[in-house]
Design a protein around this ligand. Structure first.
Ligand SMILES: Cc1ncc(COP(=O)(O)O)c(C=O)c1O
Length: 427
């Protein structure tokens, strides 16, 4: 028999509605520890008296008052994220972009400058260039694999933030976090790292010297394509400033979403091992296929930064990119021929997801910007799911046959086939 709710029975003289509301919103007291974090779907939390409520609302004492300020399920997730990231504190948000926005907004003001990697997620580029740009923050993009270029940029102009991705979207460029942290700090800049593609299982940027790590927990951390969420972790001081942005802008994670992300986090390690094991075999096989022009996977010796990747990650991860013959038509034919992968824009899921960045995640970029970001017309980005390897390999073989057929059907060869107009990754 469970424990009763705490409220004594209401006075029978009260009306039906009063009694129903009070009776149906009385939370049980549970002395035994639940083995998963309870879902606190309450927007408000009652204090013992006005003074306690005031102290909680202003942050003078810990506790809960209004779920946008803090809610217990979200706080449990934030604590879990801080723990696994090796950080002092963390906050959780309604999406990865809400997390990235809050992290940047907490440290930037008009007149500031951001130095960001060219190999960057399309919406982050747009957030920096358009939204922060409108507010008087300037952003310069640099190839963050070129440490000398980063150093030159930071030495030339005072810079508040150096912003990179551990493994970039979609070109799978690997950032040298230790080196970049050293350079950023030497020039008085904070290093913010988007670790979405790696996940904290592969890489923990705070332990490598980053000031803040941001992640779309919609991806590997949540892992099941059923929740949108974002996280930020770092020092207590930086996270306290981020909390103030969160409270004022309202990008708070819902308790239900926090519950789902917590559940994802418990299996992150086993999922990442399986994602990476399948991705490695697929990548090595794709490299031997004539319809594939190049494969970019950090776990393969052919990756331009394989040594760095091996130093930074125990395994190659679940993300790979490859360029098929036939340029834009070849890429389109490949994904249209697939029968297992989902044709959608996300990643880091149980499902294998193959994307054609020029028409999805990087559609904001002009042809020239695409070229400078190292994105060839036939580039496919693949987030390897948890399906059976041989089924995926067979399906991909069908996609490659379709790309080869698209190439054959082209009256004039696409210049990207020869790689002539494609800048090397990271260039
Ligand atoms: C590297 C990276 N960062 C951030 C985001 C944004 O995450 P969300 O869609 O959860 O806002 C994405 C989304 O694809 C991403 O790929």
């Amino acid at each position: 028999m469970g424990q009763p709710a705490t409220n004594p029975p209401d006075r029978p003289s009260r009306g039906f509605s009063t009694r129903a509301i009070r009776a149906a919103t009385t939370a049980p007291v549970v002395d035994q520890r639940p083995n998963s974090v309870p879902l606190y779907l309450s927007a408000t939390f009652s204090a013992a008296d006005a003074e306690e409520l005031g102290a909680i609302a202003t942050g003078a004492r810990p506790g809960y008052a209004y779920a946008r300020l803090d809610n217990p399920t979200g706080a449990a997730l934030a604590q879990a994220i801080a723990t696994i990231e090796g950080a002092e504190a963390a906050r959780v948000f309604a999406s990865g972009m809400a997390a990235i926005h809050a992290a940047l907004a907490s440290v930037l003001r008009a007149g500031d400058r951001v130095l960001a990697t060219t190999a960057i997620y399309g919406s982050t580029r747009s957030l920096l260039a358009n939204q922060f740009g409108r507010l008087g923050v300037s952003t310069t993009f640099v190839d963050a694999t070129d440490l000398a270029a980063v150093e030159t940029e930071l030495a030339a102009v005072p810079t508040s933030v150096l912003y990179v991705e551990t493994i970039s979207n979609p070109t799978i460029v690997v950032a040298d976090i230790v080196a970049l942290a050293g350079i950023a700090h030497a020039h008085g800049a904070l290093l913010i790292v988007d670790n979405t593609f790696a996940s904290p299982y592969l890489c923990r940027p705070i332990e490598l010297g980053a000031d803040l790590v941001v992640e779309s927990a919609t991806k590997f951390i949540g892992g099941h394509s059923d929740v949108l969420a974002g996280v930020v972790a770092g020092s207590r001081q930086l996270i306290d400033a981020i909390r103030l942005v969160e409270i004022d802008t309202g990008g708070t994670l819902s308790p239900l979403s926090a519950f789902l992300v917590l559940r994802g986090l418990t299996t992150l390690a086993v999922r990442m091992e399986r994602h990476a094991a399948t991705a490695r075999v697929l990548a090595a096989w794709l490299e031997t296929e004539p319809a594939v022009l190049r494969v970019i996977y950090p776990g393969l010796p052919s990756h331009p930064q394989h040594a760095l990747a091996a130093r930074q990650f125990p395994i190659g991860g679940g993300m790979l990119a490859f360029e098929v013959v036939g340029g834009r038509a070849g890429g389109g034919a490949f994904i249209d021929a697939l029968t297992i992968p989902e044709l959608t824009a996300s990643l880091g899921s149980i499902h294998t997801i193959v994307a054609h960045p020029p028409t999805t995640t990087h559609r904001q970029l002009s042809d020239l910007e695409l070229k400078h970001a190292g994105i060839a017309a036939g580039l496919l980005r693949c987030s390897v799911g948890l399906e059976d390897l041989e089924d995926l390999r067979l399906d991909f073989a069908g996609g490659l046959a379709a790309a080869a057929a698209a190439l054959a059907a082209e009256a004039t060869p696409d210049s990207s086939v020869a790689g002539a107009d494609v800048l090397p990754v990271g260039a």
